[in-house]
Design a protein around this ligand. Structure first.
Ligand code: CTP
Ligand code: CA
Length: 224
C-alpha cells in the first residue's frame, strides 16, 4: 500500500498527450500516413494514469484500446490533432507530444476518388506544411510543462538537442526512428537543460514509467 502510494507521483496533475500517426487525405479513400503504431504514447498514457494523473489522449488511427481510465479523442489529420489539442489545453499541467505528426498535408486532395488516367499519367500532389503542435503549445502564455519526442535516423545527440532548443521545451526524448516504430521495445536518450541521459533498451511500458518518474521529478522542481 505504501509503495503504491509513493508511485502516485502525478497525483492531482492533468496530462494531455498526442500519440500515433496522422493521416493526410489524398481523396476520400486514400491518404499518406507513417509507421507509428501508437504503442509508446499509449504506454505513457497508461503510466501517467497509474501515477495518479488525469490523462487525456489525442490519438491518430491505431489498433490499440484506450488504456484504463484514460479519456481518448480520435483524430485523423495533423490539423485535426492540432485543433483537438488546442481545444483541450487549458488547465493542463503537462503536455507530451508523442505523435508522429505529418509534416505536410495535401493541398489538392480530391473530393471524389481519383480515377486512373487513360494515358497512364500519375496524379500530381502538392503539399503545404502542417502546424507544429508542440511548438505552438510550448509558446502559449501559460504553457504546461512540455515534453517532446524526436525520432532521428542519425546524429541523434546533435539533432535532438537542437530540436529541444528550437521548440523551446524543457524535456525531449530522443530515439532512433526505425528502432521504435511498431516495436514493443525502445531506447531513450533524455535531453534537458543539464545535458543528456541514456536509458537502456527496455519494453515501452517500462520506459514510459521511467519517463513519468522523470517528468514528475522535474515538475516538482519548477513552478509548473
Ligand atoms: N510535432 C508536432 N507537430 C508537428 C510536428 C512535430 O507536435 N507538426 C512534435 C512531435 O510529436 C514530436 C516533436 O514535435 O514530439 C518532434 O517531431 P519531429 O518530427 O522529430 O520534428 P520536426 O520539427 O517535425 O522536424 P523534422 O524536420 O526532423 O521532422
Ligand atoms: Ca517531422
Amino acid at each position: 500500500i505504501i509503495a503504491s502510494f509513493q508511485t502516485k507521483v502525478l497525483r492531482g496533475k492533468r496530462l494531455l498527450l498526442t500519440a500515433g500517426p496522422t493521416f493526410e487525405a489524398i481523396d476520400p479513400v486514400r491518404g499518406i500516413t507513417n509507421l507509428s503504431s501508437g504503442k509508446m504514447g499509449y504506454a505513457i498514457a497508461r503510466a501517467a494514469r497509474e501515477a495518479g494523473a488525469e490523462v487525456m489522449l489525442i490519438s491518430g488511427q491505431t489498433a490499440l484500446a484506450a488504456p484504463y481510465g484514460v479519456q481518448r479523442i480520435n483524430v485523423l489529420s495533423a490539423q485535426q490533432m492540432h485543433d483537438a489539442v488546442l481545444s483541450k489545453i487549458a488547465g493542463q499541467d503537462i503536455f507530451v507530444a508523442v505523435a508522429a505528426v505529418a509534416d505536410w498535408r495535401v493541398t489538392n486532395a480530391s473530393e471524389q476518388k481519383l480515377k486512373k488516367n487513360p494515358d497512364g499519367s500519375a496524379p500530381a500532389l502538392s503539399f503545404e506544411q502542417n502546424p507544429d503542435i508542440l511548438a505552438t503549445v510550448a509558446a502559449l502564455p501559460s504553457a504546461p510543462y512540455c515534453v517532446g519526442f524526436a525520432a532521428e535516423s542519425e546524429n541523434l545527440l546533435q539533432y535532438a538537442e537542437a530540436k529541444r532548443l528550437k521548440k523551446n521545451v524543457p524535456l525531449l526524448v530522443g530515439n532512433i526512428g526505425h528502432e521504435t516504430f511498431g516495436n514493443d521495445e525502445n531506447q531513450f536518450v533524455l535531453f534537458d537543460v543539464e545535458g543528456h541521459t541514456s536509458f537502456p533498451r527496455a519494453g515501452k511500458l517500462q520506459l514510459a514509467r521511467q519517463l513519468v518518474a522523470e517528468i514528475a521529478k522535474r515538475i516538482t522542481k519548477t513552478s509548473h
